[in-house]
Each structure stands twice: as C-alpha cells, then as structure tokens.
Design a protein around this ligand. Structure first.
Ligand code: SF4
Length: 324
C-alpha cells in the first residue's frame, strides 16, 4: 500500500489545519503522537459549559419549549459542579474559580435577554449541534469534519450558521478574513442543502453581545477549497514537523518537551550568566517575560497518551471556542 493510499480519506478539521500553521511540531505532538495534556485550561472549561447550556436552551426551543433563564442557569451551574475537577487549571492568578463561573453565567444571561423570546417570524431551526463532513477532492481524497452550533433557515430558503464565542475579544476584519472556519461552515451547508439560496455565518460574541457575519462570496469559497486542499497536502507531505517558535509558544502545552524551547532555555541560562558577569547583550528570545512563561507553566503540566479517538479534539475545540 502506498503512503498516499494509507492516508486517503483521512478527516481533517479547521482546528487541525490551524494548529499545523501555528507550529508543525505542536501538531505532531497532538494529532500524530496523541500526547494529550492531563489538565484543562479554565477558559476551555467555561467555553464547554456555556456551549452545552446553549445546546440545552435550543434543543428545548426546537420542541417549542422555551425554558426560563433561571432554568438555563441552573443547568449551567449543575454541569459546572459536576464537571469541575482538580485538572482544571487557572493560569491568571488575579482570577479565581468563582470569577470564571460568573463570567460564563453572564454570557448566558446577556444572550438570553438579548434574544428573548427567541421567536423570529419566518425563521426555522434546522439543526442544533450539527456534525458535518465535506469532501474537497476527487474520490473523497480530501475530507473535512466539524460541527455547527446551530443552523437556521429563512422562508426564502437562505441558511444561517450560528456560532457562539465566549471570548471577550472580538477579532478585527483582517483576522476574520484569514479564518478558515466560516468558509468551511458555508461549504458544509452548501454541500448538505444544495437547495439553499444563500448561506451566511453569524458569530455571536456572548460577553460583548456583538454579532458579526464573516460570510464569504462564491469566488472566495472557490479559493478556499483550493487553499484547504493545499494545506492538507502540505501536512501529508511533511516529513519533519519542525518546531516553529512564535508568540504561540507562551500557551503551548508541550513547552517542557519541545527541543526549540530547550534551546531558548539554555540561551536564557547563558544570558543570565552573562548578566551576572556584566556582559548583557540584547536578544529578542530572552526577554524576561519569555522566561517567566516557561517557568510558570512547567510545574503543573503533564501529559498522557490518548489511545482512543473519541475525546480527540474536545480540549482544542472548546479552547478554540473560548479564545478564538
Ligand atoms: S513550544 Fe513553540 S515551537 Fe515548541 S511545540 Fe510548542 S509552539 Fe511549537
């Protein structure tokens, strides 16, 4: 069997492609070696609890059952207590567990008040937490998977993909244009519902109550298909998966085992010795903040090899939902 044959029909996600672009070595640790952190960042935890509470709200709504806000918050609080464990890690020492719990609650309350009573004439709920796959190349060679938080259809047969964001930060236009996610959502809906007259994407920033629509034109979607195929090819042809040190290293879960970071640490140690001996020279890789970031994270983190596939991207997906 050829190398290509063995990787045919492999499924990719937007998170996978993004992670590879950030750093091929981080990608290798996560997706190929399946080294999974045994901790979960609190931002990821909050994102997961808010998303499942939104799902709770909309699954009931789909059955014409509008739950009161108190009920949604009760669901959220119950899940928070059930799921919280010592593996949830708070990095920002100025905030505590309660701050994050309230943050998630505020997101839900604000969204509820903003959209109550959730009845929009001419708009129909099609899917809640909709998993999809798209085929990009001949013979299904390139495939992508993902899931949509919610999908609605208007009377005029136009579809809207809704995605919830728990980040406080709303990206600027330039960053949105580089994001693969909205286009992949559009492709998924177009492929599954060919009768759709128009497909748009709506991102709901729950904390700031902002809604943005990063929708791509037909030409942009065509270019996106080519781009996705190229990116998958690049991953599959990579023999090295070399480290790519950037600002993302600060939050990388593999810093302790990354050879590039060992280089930085040893250069930092030499620099410290130079400082001691009054021979300090300027170097962008040895700023104190970089050193602090490495030291801060090193003590509490550990990994386990994930054998199965089911837990797969949950950590990354939820984290992405909080931070993207
Ligand atoms: S620490 Fe930086 S270079 Fe190393 S794997 Fe992580 S992101 Fe890549």
């Amino acid at each position: 069997m050829t190398a290509i044959a063995t990787i045919a029909h492999r499924l990719y996600s937007v998170s996978q492609l993004k992670l590879y672009e950030q750093c091929p070595l981080r990608y290798r640790f996560y997706y190929i070696e399946r080294l999974r952190p045994t901790y979960q960042l609190v931002e990821s935890f909050v994102g997961a609890r808010v998303h499942e509470s939104m799902e709770y709200l909309y699954v009931h709504l789909k059955n014409q059952d509008l739950r009161p806000v108190a009920d949604v918050i009760q669901f959220y609080s119950r899940r928070w207590e059930q799921m919280w464990s010592s593996t949830v890690q708070i990095v920002n020492q100025r905030r505590n567990r309660e701050w994050y719990r309230r943050y998630g609650e505020k997101c839900l309350r604000r969204y509820y008040v903003q959209h109550y009573p959730f009845l929009e004439p001419g708009i129909h709920m099609i899917e809640v937490e909709w998993p999809f796959q798209i085929v990009l190349g001949p013979e299904g060679r390139y495939r992508m998977r993902g899931h949509v938080d919610r999908l609605t259809r208007r009377d005029d047969n136009s579809y809207v993909v809704h995605d919830y964001k728990t980040s406080q930060y709303v990206p600027r236009k330039g960053m949105l244009a580089r994001d693969l996610q909205p286009g992949v959502y559009q492709l998924a809906v177009r492929e599954t519902f060919p009768e759709a007259r128009k497909v748009s994407v709506s991102w709901h920033y729950l904390a700031s109550q902002q809604e943005i629509r990063p929708t791509l034109s037909a030409n942009q979607l065509d270019r996106l298909r080519t781009k996705l195929v190229r990116r998958i090819d690049k991953i599959e042809q990579d023999q090295e998966f070399s480290p790519r040190p950037t600002k993302y290293c600060r939050n990388c879960e593999y810093k302790q085992i990354c050879p590039a970071q060992n280089d930085i640490t040893s250069r930092t140690t030499s620099r410290a010795k130079s400082v001691e001996h009054g021979r300090l020279s300027q170097s962008p890789m040895t700023q104190p903040s970089d050193v602090d970031a490495i030291q801060d994270s090193s003590s509490a983190l550990s990994w386990e090899k994930e054998v199965g596939d089911s837990a797969k991207e949950k950590h990354h997906v939820a984290e992405k939902k909080f931070s993207s």
